[in-house]
Design a binder for this molecule. Structure first.
Ligand code: DC
Length: 215
């Protein structure tokens, strides 16, 4: 079985996807982490994030894979923590905007989906990676709520931040994810939309789980 989970940054997708995968005993694949790993390698090699041809070559030649669940490796280096650094977050949507890069990443993701029952999250999973997924969820939340959640996370790490700045940043990321020429984030005809603004993670997971169990 294949379960696709798409939605904007900060809606709680990956927490929910991980929880559902563990409840169902499915493999969880975080495709955002794969774009982040490629971005890490590009920055490491000094490749400009506007250079589509160099990034395409890099995506083709790089081995990006998961081990022990959520540990992600790029060319045999464990990049699990590094890919969450602000410099990666700032550069990744530029890397993910190139159609030539997306084509290669989608192929890698489709290959991973061949071997097991999976829950995969990202932006273009239902449309491009797993168009035949049994369930396509679109997990979203208001910009205000997503910004509040992000602010809490940063504060918990002791990082000073401004709510309005975070909101602007989220709005800009939404725009770039929704407006790129290929693999844009969008609600599909067969998407099941879940707004998490007023729900806890457990409530959202319970809702998805009930939908999947009811078949
Ligand atoms: O979900 P995330 O924030 O870790 O994703 C990182 C970036 O990768 C974000 O800019 C959106 C992009 N992305 C994408 O374009 N397609 C996907 N399937 C997953 C993520």
């Amino acid at each position: 079985m294949k379960i696709a989970i798409d939605g904007p940054a900060g809606a709680g997708k990956s927490t929910i996807a991980r929880k559902i995968a563990s409840e169902l005993d499915f493999v969880y694949i975080d495709t955002g982490a794969m774009y982040r790993a490629l971005t890490w390698e590009a920055l490491n090699k000094g490749i400009n994030t506007n250079d589509a041809a160099a990034l395409q070559k890099l995506a083709l030649s790089s081995d990006i894979h998961f081990e022990n669940g959520q540990q992600i490796y790029c060319n045999n280096i464990n990049v699990t923590s590094d890919i969450r650094l602000p410099r990666i977050t700032e550069a990744v949507s530029g890397v993910a905007s190139h159609p030539a890069v997306r084509e290669i990443m989608v192929e890698k993701q489709q290959d991973m989906a061949l071997t097991a029952d999976i829950v995969m999250d990202g932006r273009d999973i239902g449309e491009c990676v797993l168009p035949d997924a049994e369930y396509k969820f679109f997990i979203t939340a208001s910009i205000e709520e997503r910004a509040r959640r992000r602010m809490k996370e940063l504060q918990a790490k002791g990082i000073a931040c401004d709510l309005q700045e975070i909101k602007n940043d989220i709005a800009a990321r939404d725009q770039s994810d929704m407006q790129r020429p290929t693999g844009a984030l969008k609600i599909l005809d067969d998407s099941i939309i879940i707004d998490t603004s007023n729900l806890s993670i457990d409530e959202v997971a319970a809702r998805l789980y009930a939908i999947i169990r009811e078949g």
